[in-house]
Design a protein around this ligand. Structure first.
Ligand SMILES: Nc1nc2c(ncn2[C@@H]2O[C@H](COP(=O)(O)OP(=O)(O)OP(=O)(O)O)[C@@H](O)[C@H]2O)c(=O)[nH]1
Ligand SMILES: [Mg+2]
Length: 225
C-alpha cells in the first residue's frame, strides 16, 4: 500500500530510494500548477533537452482522459513505452498527495519495463495554488504558473508558490499582451520564497526551457552523487 498523507514539501529522499538490487532508483520530479500554465509543454521541452544525456520516462495525470500523454506521444518526445497516463477520476491533488498508489504503480512499472532510468517526470493534472506532491511520490517538485494567469499570483502564495523546489513563471512572451509586470512577479516570488529558485521561461521563444533543464541537471547530479 503506497499511502503518504504528508503535506510537508521539503525536498527529501523518498523512503525507497534504492532498487531491490541496491542501486539508486530514478530521480522523481513532480510538475504541478494551475490548468494551462504550461506543465505539459515544459515536460515536452525537458524531454527534448535531456533525452540524449539521460534515460527518462514520464507519468501524466488527467482527470478524465489521457490527453497529456497523447500530446507527448504525438510529439514523439520519448518512445511510447516511456510514457504512462494515470486517469485520476477526481481532483488531481488527490492522486499526487493523498492516495498516490496509482502514480507510484506507474513509476514503478516504468522502472521495471524500461529501466534503469535516471529521471521520471510526473505531471499533475491542472489544479489550484494549494496542490503539492507527496514526498512519498517525488523527490523534488516544480510549480509552473504563467504570466497570463495574472502577475499577482506569486504574491497570493500558497504551498506551490512558496515551497516548491523550483517555481517556473512561464509564457513570459505574453507579458506585454496581458499587462503582466515580470519585475513585480520576480520581486513577489523572492519575498514568498526567500532563497528558493525561480525560473522565467517562454517555451515559444528565446532560451526556452534552458533554466529549468539546468536546474534538473543540478538535481540529477546531486541525486547520483
Ligand atoms: N505563448 C506561450 N504559450 C505557451 C507557452 N507554454 C505553453 N503554452 C501554450 O499554453 C497552452 C497550455 O499548455 P500546456 O502545456 O498544455 O499546459 P498544462 O499546464 O499542461 O495544462 P493542463 O495539463 O491542462 O493543466 C498550450 O496551448 C501551449 O502551447 C509559452 O511559453 N508561451
Ligand atoms: Mg498538461
Amino acid at each position: 500500500m503506497h499511502l503518504d498523507h504528508s503535506h510537508d514539501t521539503t525536498t527529501v529522499v523518498s523512503a525507497d530510494a534504492a532498487r531491490s538490487d541496491g542501486t539508486r532508483r530514478a530521480l522523481r520530479i513532480g510538475l504541478g500548477g494551475p490548468v494551462g500554465s504550461g506543465k505539459t509543454a515544459t515536460v515536452a521541452a525537458l524531454c527534448r533537452a535531456l533525452r540524449d544525456t539521460y534515460s527518462i520516462a514520464v507519468v501524466t495525470n488527467d482527470i478524465y482522459t489521457r490527453e497529456d500523454a497523447e500530446f507527448l506521444l504525438r510529439n514523439a518526445v520519448l518512445p511510447p513505452e516511456r510514457i504512462q497516463a494515470v486517469e485520476t477520476g477526481a481532483c488531481p491533488h488527490t492522486a499526487i498527495r493523498d492516495d498516490i498508489s496509482a502514480n507510484l504503480e506507474a513509476v514503478e512499472d516504468l522502472e521495471d519495463a524500461v529501466g534503469p532510468l535516471d529521471l521520471i517526470l510526473v505531471e499533475s493534472g491542472g489544479d489550484n495554488l494549494t496542490a503539492t506532491f507527496s514526498k512519498g511520490l517525488v523527490d523534488a517538485q516544480v510549480f509552473v504558473i504563467d504570466v497570463a494567469g495574472g502577475d499577482d499570483i506569486p504574491r497570493k502564495g500558497g504551498p506551490g508558490v512558496t515551497t516548491a523546489d523550483l517555481l517556473v513563471v512561464n509564457k513570459t512572451d505574453l507579458a506585454p499582451y496581458v499587462g503582466s509586470d515580470l519585475g513585480r512577479m520576480a520581486h513577489d516570488a523572492r519575498t514568498q520564497r526567500g532563497e528558493l529558485p525561480v525560473a522565467f521561461t517562454s517555451l515559444t521563444s528565446g532560451e526556452g526551457v534552458k533554466p529549468v533543464a539546468d536546474w534538473v541537471r543540478g538535481q540529477l547530479a546531486a541525486w547520483s552523487a
